[in-house]
Design a protein around this ligand. Sequence first.
Ligand SMILES: O=P(O)(O)OC[C@H]1O[C@](O)(COP(=O)(O)O)[C@@H](O)[C@@H]1O
Length: 335
Amino acid sequence: MTKKNKTLGEFIIENQAEFQYSSGELSKLINAIRLAAKVVNHEVNKAGLIDILGAAGDTNVQGESQQKLDVLANEKFIQALKNREIVCGIASEEEEDFISINSQDHRHQNKYVVLIDPLDGSSNIDVNVSVGTIFSIYRRVTPIGTPVTLEDFLQPGVNQVAAGYIIYGTSTMLVYTTGHGVNGFTLNPAIGTFYLSHPNMTFPQTGKIYSINEGNYIHFPQGVKDYIKYCQMEEGDRPYTSRYIGSLVSDFHRNMIKGGIYIYPKSSLNSDGKLRLLYECNPMALLAEQAGGKASDGYGRILEIEPTELHQRVPFFCGSLKMVEKAEEFMARYA
Ligand SMILES: O=P(O)(O)OC[C@H]1O[C@](O)(COP(=O)(O)O)[C@@H](O)[C@@H]1O
């Protein structure tokens, strides 16, 4: 059993052997993310006091109005990852194209690509509701010594070497996996250190919480409508409770601790749903599976989807195993 309260740094060193590639590389990657997380956390915490709330005035590749904190978080994570001599490319929700990074010796020796959603739950920034950062890490597939290409980013989720999120909530936590279970670390803001507070996080097999934006109900596929009705029926351990924060990271985190399901389906408004496969669904799907939960597009495993575009969207059903299986049963009726 992993002992609580060791620092993130100690945990990384103790678990290096688990990382399938050379030891120091994982530390450098997670340390870069840890550093950026602390900087962004600092800005998020004082957001109401400085001119960092509201729109930045531009729109991103998704056609969404960029919030000032979106832009700041994007800059801080890119900066932290760029200067570590380990990342050869970064893709971000806030960047149209991927960013290529050469090693200092100009011989393209860096081995990893990182995909990030710098600030998830943007609609909640100005109203002081918890938001997050999501990251996904792959080993490049094109030869070392050559510039990174789109192919290095368009890998199926099963190839992820690490994935995680930072939640800027009542406390700030970093939760991640390298394919050996899921561990959560809480930031002690007084000394700026992350401590292991949630070892071996697991999804309860089932739960009593469903998270979906029911405001879009009339636009949902019949399978989703039927599943929502199923959750609301007075029968057995139901009705379930509806909880929807509107920040994927926060809804996922709560459901992983208490048991629940998060659904962002396709609809007549969004034919592929809203969430982005590469830097929202794949990392959360790896965490879910590593924590004994499940993640699908309503029919098949998210992690086996072959990506075709950097910002492609997919329907997302994620959470406690038995709840996702039940939702898939309803979807299968109309497949
Ligand atoms: O407001 P909606 O349509 O319910 O969407 C909310 C969902 O979109 C997200 O905010 C993702 O979009 P952003 O990364 O742009 O914030 C999720 O965190 C959240 O679950």
